[in-house]
Design a protein around this ligand. Sequence first.
Ligand code: AHR
Length: 514
Amino acid sequence: MRKKTLFFVATLLFSASVWAQQKEIAIKVYPEQGKQVISKHIYGHFAEHLGACIYGGIWVGEDSSIPNTKGYRNDVLEALKKLQIPNLRWPGGCFADEYHWMDGIGPRENRPKMVNNNWGGVVEDNSFGTHEFLNLCEILGCEPYISGNVGSGTVEELAKWVEYMTSDGDSPMANLRRKNGREKPWKVKYLGIGNESWGCGGDMHPEYYADLYRRYAVYCRNFDGNKLFKIACGSSDYNLAWTDVLMKKVGYKMNGLSLHYYTIKSWGDGKKGFATEFDNDEYYWTIGKCMEIEEVLLKHMEIMDKYDKGKKIGLMVDEWGTWFNVEPGTNPGFLHQQNTMRDAFVAALTLNIFNKYSDRIQMANIAQIVNVLQSVILTDGAKMTLTPTYHVFDMYRVHQDATYLPLDIETDTKEIREREVPFVTASASQKDGIIYLTLTNVDLISERNITVDFSDLKLSKVNGRILTSKDIKDHNTYDNPNLVAPRSFKDAKFKNGKLSVKLPAKSIVVLEMN
Ligand code: AHR
């Protein structure tokens, strides 16, 4: 009897595993239809004066015992340089609408202090200001994205900030900058006029904000060859009315319109769930919520298309990512959370979606770069670790400024939150004769056999990297920093001109082919 039961169980397991291995997915890539370029700025980042993002995470000051270059920690600089981050948004977020830039220039010992009302009520000493930020961008070789104060500032204040940063003339603000040690102006292209002006940035109605934006835009001028790309504060989630009013009333007076979307369970009640403690249902819930961004994007883009058929105005998703409860024992106002393989999926899935709509999406900024929300880097004193999300950005770097290649995918799906969520997603691009393909399999149990048809391209060589882990909750710690890290991937081969890939359960893969 016992033997029979065992046999039955074994047969069941065997057929389950055969069934698991037989899941066939077909992808067809259309290289001849590749037109739009995936702006590298879709791979952008965001650094706010929030918790240990700036202070401790990036900036430790010249006198710190943590190895640094002119006050910036060396380990973080090195990691960010490797990532080739294209842009960095600063100083907020909500912080931006209470920030007065003049408090952050001149000798550090003379800079006035302020209370960071949005984030933990801590005292901000303004030791990291305009020079520290713009010099950091120069070191990293990335474009600065300045987020201006509209909520509690004035038009004059923002206009003077632009003059201070970018004027090369004999002007009062340029001369003040020179007095503070910087002779030549910086190049500043991206200027955000307000942040979440419907909420923490001034609680405004869209009609009022639209008029205010127009006023600010007049006085934020282009100095000496510096050409501003002006970004109006956009909406979040399903607030479509905001987008409609802005498109109607501001139109081509803006170059970009922002949008925020967080993968979050509930706002303001401590029930967001924990970054490292979750069950399989919660995992799939997160995947479903993350994928919902596509629906949100489509709705906003439909409105944008109505007013701007030629897609001149960029959609700038300048805040996105996971938002969980803070790590136990940390300041609730510091938004400090760990980062697991689940976060890696949120990054990979979202970036695949952004690539798809890169004819409209010109920029995106994951929130936030170090120690806050879905960070790419975590630090604690002198210790530093790269998160699984970092590795996704590293693997997906290949898509930056590459030509997007449309594709069709036939994949099985899972019902999550009343929506059919694909188990497999993909994104393809082409640059300098090389084809890149990123693939995700969110299934916790089964691998997928994937066949990719590249039309008439004669490809024969393939190299790959994979990010996966035994447990979806796996994450990197200071003691075990390489638990989740990319490894070389060999399960992709060309057969009769078609690529076949064995994509393991819970894995993210990047392939380079020629
Ligand atoms: O990223 C954290 C906060 O989320 C930002 O300051 C704000 O813009 C958003 O609500």
